[in-house]
Design a protein. Structure first.
Length: 485
């Protein structure tokens, strides 16, 4: 038997390099339509010519309880053609008699979804296995070959060295300052207990309802794949699986409480004496609990703009430092704020009015980076400017951007360093004349209408007065005639 197995392995290797391995094929094999109350039902999914690297949870069956999952592999060599098969088997134990429907189901195998048809299963009274040739609801050739059924192995739970953690990078911050929250599962490099994630998406949806502060802006790092990372904690090496990370910017002072969070993992129990034909491990569950966290949010120190300024570490980035233009000639100026903080909410710089400098509302562009436990980026305010008087103009006299630096616990101001040399004749009088002429010309039609309205009101009032006077005279004549007659 050993020689045959060795020959088969050799043929497999040679055929692999010869490019004769056939393409992948996924099949499903369901247990018997009718089983006894003391038997098991199985769903077996096989993948041809490829290892099973990942798979979803098997479906639940009404009236059945999941007992565990096992994996197996096989290889065949026919006429030099090598085929291999890797399988996963889910075991179900019936809990009562009756007819139960296994619905149609979908399972993701190695990143690809596969749909399978269900079936009706009838559970009868317990049956005797002597001579039945059935094991787990399927025909078992090994039972007939050896004259006995394989005994179900005893499963034991291994001690684990793992934990689930909710971490915050700061426990005390100022209002509108960011703090980062991360949720991760940790296993030491020496951990022997086998784990797998159990419905992480569904669990995360419930967890976030408990940890997200209601009065804060969220910048989510959008973790889509749970990948292992090597980290060192107190001199010991761990494998970290991060499931969520985000930075929150509270709008106002107060206290943010993050409670203890439960996180359920699949923890497999392993066979004490694994056999060649039996399942080597059985699916079980373990819930881990994180430690609660508290973040204190302090108010900003007194300042006239305390409720308006940005909070973070910022610098000014300009695209010009020295420029020569003619009076009245337009040019572009970019006031860029870069640094660490809530980039999305950065306000525009304050404009200091000047008689000779004209500007319009800026175009705004921003880029936000989320990573390494912080939110950073740049926000640019692009202005179109004109200057009417010749001379040297310092833009620091026209723009300023005030913010609060939490590291220094102080307010600071960003001002431009750009110097503009303006040449040519003064355009101030021309600009004023244009404004005045424009005002007069714009009002010609209006004034004409106003004059017309005033003349109309005058003539209409005069006509009414004459009419009233005539009526009074007529009444007086009538009264005199009656008295004389």
């Amino acid at each position: 038997m050993t020689k045959t197995l060795l020959t088969s392995v050799l043929v497999f290797v040679l055929s692999f390099f010869a490019g004769k391995v056939v393409a992948q094929e996924v099949t499903v094999e369901l247990g018997s339509d009718q089983i006894g109350l003391n038997e098991t039902f199985t769903i077996k999914i096989s993948v041809a010519n490829e290892k099973i690297k990942s798979y979803d949870q098997f479906p639940d069956i009404p009236g059945f309880q999941k007992q565990g999952v096992s994996q197996s592999s096989s290889m065949n060599v026919i006429n030099g053609q090598v085929t291999s098969s890797n399988s996963i088997i889910q075991y179900y134990r019936p809990t009562k008699k009756g007819e139960f429907q296994l619905p149609s189901f979908s399972i993701n195998i190695n990143g690809q979804n596969f749909d399978f048809q269900g079936k009706m299963i009838t559970v009868t009274d317990a049956v005797s296995n002597q001579g039945s040739g059935r094991s787990g609801g399927l025909f078992d050739p090994f039972s007939d070959f050896f004259g006995r059924a394989e005994e179900e192995p005893e499963y034991i739970e291994l001690d684990d060295e793992a934990f689930f953690s909710v971490t915050v990078d700061k426990e005390e911050i100022y209002a509108r300052e960011g703090f980062t929250v991360a949720l991760a599962f940790y296993m030491s490099e020496t951990n022997q207990a086998p784990f797998n994630f159990y419905k992480p998406g569904e669990q995360l949806d419930k967890v976030l309802k408990q940890i997200k502060p209601s009065n804060a802006w969220e910048e989510n790092y959008n973790i889509t794949n749970i990948e292992p990372e090597q980290v060192t904690i107190n001199g010991k090496r761990w494998v970290r699986y991060k499931v969520y990370e985000a930075t929150f910017f509270p709008f106002s002072e107060g206290t943010i409480e993050i409670p203890s969070i439960p996180w359920e993992m699949i923890k497999y129990r392993v066979a004490r004496n694994p056999s060649f034909f039996g399942a080597s491990r059985q699916e079980d569950f373990k819930t881990f609990y994180s430690s609660p966290k508290t973040v204190t949010v302090k108010p900003l120190p007194p300042h006239p703009l305390r409720n308006e300024v940005a909070v973070g570490q910022f610098q000014l980035r300009e695209n010009i430092t020295d420029l020569e233009v003619e009076t009245g000639q337009g040019f572009n100026y970019n006031f860029g704020v870069t640094g660490v903080g809530n980039i999305n909410s950065l306000p525009a710089p304050k404009l200091i009015s000047g008689a000779n400098l004209n500007t319009y509302d800026p175009n705004v562009r921003q880029q936000i980076n989320r990573g390494y436990g912080r939110v950073s980026g740049i926000k640019e305010f692009s202005y179109y400017l004109t200057i009417n008087e010749p001379g040297d103009v310092n833009l620091a006299n026209h723009f300023e951007w005030i913010y609060f630096d939490p590291e220094q616990a102080a307010y600071d101001t960003l001002k431009p360093a750009a110097q503009i040399r303006v040449v040519g004749e003064s355009k101030t009088n021309q600009a004023i004349s244009n404004q005045r002429l424009g005002g007069v010309y714009d009002r010609i039609g209006t004034e004409d209408n106003e004059f017309s309205n005033e003349r109309y009101k005058y003539y209409f009032g005069t006509a009414i007065n004459v009419l009233l006077l005539a009526v009074l005279i007529l009444l007086a004549i009538i009264i005199l005639r009656k008295n004389n007659g």
